[in-house]
Write a new protein. Structure first.
Length: 217
């Protein structure tokens, strides 16, 4: 495989263009054939972007970005939360695979966020997920007093994306180093499960402060 690393802007443009094709029903389905499968099996993977997304079956990451085998390093977990294993997986893609872009992808009508926002009972290991999502619900309630139902869920999903981005910066010296050097960008995004379109939220509003906070690991 040709070893050409894309810039973070070039990687973002590939995702943008792929999603535009998908939402319009004009998919090209690149890198999904037998030749690509064989090539990546023998010559390894060189994904250009990493995506932390929800496990929701309505959020098929490679499909909604119209990409194929070896293009995107995808980490999926209910609620697209950034726990230790999720962050470690993304760090691997940064340090060992050379991705230049990390996108935290939330989505509309997220069942995991909805369960926490509406106080639906969870049990077993689901409690660990609920604990990670709860701060986003609390922030949405604080920012939008009186919000309930779909509005509360929507704002909690957006807050949940930013909280995951914050955790990457606060907990990963690897990610901070690469962003400071200009070799990596971390952005938030929201996928609409009905329209198929991704709303690009951009970099965290407080990125510079997060990059240079004292006392970080």
């Amino acid at each position: 495989m040709q070893n050409v690393k894309l810039s973070s802007q070039e990687a973002l443009e590939r995702l943008r263009e792929g999603n535009a094709r998908y939402a319009a029903g004009n998919e090209q389905r690149p890198n999904q054939d037998r030749q690509r499968r064989s090539l990546t099996a023998w010559q390894g993977q060189q994904p250009f972007a990493g995506v932390l997304a929800c496990s929701d079956s309505r959020v098929p990451v490679e499909l909604l970005f119209d990409r194929g085998i070896g293009d995107i390093f995808v980490v999926r977990v209910s609620g697209n939360v950034a726990g230790g294993t999720e962050m470690g997986s993304i760090e691997y893609a940064v340090e060992h695979l050379g991705i230049s872009l990390i996108a935290v992808l939330g989505h509309t009508r997220c069942a995991a966020v909805t369960a926490v926002a509406k106080g639906e009972g969870v049990s077993g290991n689901m409690n660990a997920l609920a604990e990670l999502i709860a701060p986003a619900v609390a922030k949405a309630k604080a920012d939008y007093p009186g919000a309930t139902g779909d509005l509360l869920v929507y704002e909690a999903v957006k807050a949940n994306v930013w909280i995951a981005v914050e955790k990457f910066f606060k907990s990963s010296a690897i990610i901070r180093r690469e962003v400071k050097s200009g070799g990596l960008a971390v952005i938030g995004a929201m996928y609409d499960i009905e329209s198929g379109q991704v709303d690009w939220m951009g970099v965290h509003p407080a990125e510079q402060r997060l990059l240079y906070m004292s006392g970080l690991k």
